[in-house]
Design a protein around this ligand. Structure first.
Ligand SMILES: C[S@@+](CC[C@H](N)C(=O)[O-])C[C@H]1O[C@@H](n2cnc3c(N)ncnc32)[C@H](O)[C@@H]1O
Length: 188
């Protein structure tokens, strides 16, 4: 399953980005209170706008992405601010992508749709009472050549671990970019 583009597409996109990091996602900023302090795994972290925000707020962050270009940018931003981020280049379409990363207090996924295999693995890497915050294009988003149906996040995606996660908040938003959904789960 490809999310918007392949590794080349994302490497080029991050290579072409300016020298500044983008602002953190508002859904993360507004829901920070739901994240237990400790270790956070930022899946499909990109160049780290959210990872950097979390480190600024005292979290210990591990970022995973398949784009080497994105991870290099995240490490550069992190070094320049005196933070210490851990990064792993992993392809999240591989079923063992979460292997040997450790166990986390929180997992965030912002603007990426996880595969069923990875969703099934989440309870193995998230502590009991840990938070999973997922945010991205919702099923109401109008698809086109760029954002395809397979990129839309649905509540049914999480049915495979419904006995292990409890939904504590669901937020639907719309803006000029489209329709978005945020789910916040607690691991039982
Ligand atoms: C829209 S960006 C979101 C980046 C970041 N989470 C944010 O909110 O700024 C999508 C990210 O997913 C990553 N990605 C796409 N497919 C992936 C895959 N199969 N494995 C790992 N990362 C992937 C891209 O490299 C990119 O960084």
């Amino acid at each position: 399953m490809i999310y918007i583009g392949d590794e080349n597409y994302w490497n080029n996109k991050f290579y072409d980005r300016g020298s500044k990091v983008l602002e953190p996602d508002q859904m993360l900023v507004m829901n920070l209170e739901h994240l237990t302090k400790g270790r956070v795994l930022d899946l499909a972290c990109g160049d780290g706008r959210n990872s950097l925000f979390l480190m600024e707020n005292g979290f210990d962050v591990t970022g995973v992405d398949f784009s080497q270009e994105a991870l290099m940018r995240l490490e550069r931003f992190s070094d320049s601010k005196g933070y210490d981020v851990s990064t792993f280049q992993r392809d999240l379409t591989h079923k063992e992508a979460l292997k040997n990363l450790g166990v986390f207090d929180c997992i965030i996924v912002n603007h990426y749709r996880l595969s069923e295999q990875i969703i099934k693995d989440i309870p193995n890497v998230l502590k009991s009472k840990g938070t999973l915050l997922i945010s991205g294009f919702s099923k109401k988003h109008k698809t086109d050549d760029k954002i395809k149906d397979s990129d839309l996040i649905r509540f049914e995606d999480f049915r495979v671990i419904k006995d292990k996660l409890e939904l504590i908040k669901e937020i639907e938003t719309e803006d000029a970019r489209g329709s978005f959904i945020t789910y916040i789960f607690k691991c039982i």
